[in-house]
Design a protein around this ligand. Structure first.
Ligand SMILES: [Zn+2]
Length: 116
């Protein structure tokens, strides 16, 4: 029984373990691809606080922004965008451009998400 497509298929009795292993691998590959597609569809890159507020008015997911690191702004974002908080700091990417709140040069690239 394939739980992703809900189709039943007969497996040959000979080489059953091998067939099962193959099926499992295909299943895992599809799960992984599905998770990646979901992540892509739910990840956004925005430039200003206005865009962030507008985004979270009717959408969810993760929004990457460039940020200066000022903690006072974190509180402001949470208030203005209705519960949006910083979830992840991107340690691998050097920030480029300006802070999405104050416009000063950014020092961090962070992901925002809304708490429900
Ligand atoms: Zn700032």
């Amino acid at each position: 029984m394939d739980r992703l497509s809900r189709e039943k298929r007969a497996l040959p009795a000979a080489g059953l373990a091998e067939a099962l292993g193959g099926e499992l691998q295909k299943f895992q590959t599809r799960l992984f691809e599905r998770a990646q597609a979901f992540q892509r569809a739910n990840t956004f890159e925005l430039g200003t606080l206005d865009e962030v507020i507008a985004h979270f008015r009717d959408r969810g997911g993760f929004v990457w922004v460039q940020w200066c690191g000022d903690e006072a702004e974190e509180a402001r974002v949470k208030t203005d965008a209705g519960g949006v908080t910083i979830r992840t700091i991107d340690e691998d990417t050097r920030p480029s451009g300006n802070c999405f709140v104050c416009g000063r040069p950014a020092t961090l690239r962070v992901a925002l998400a809304k708490a429900y």
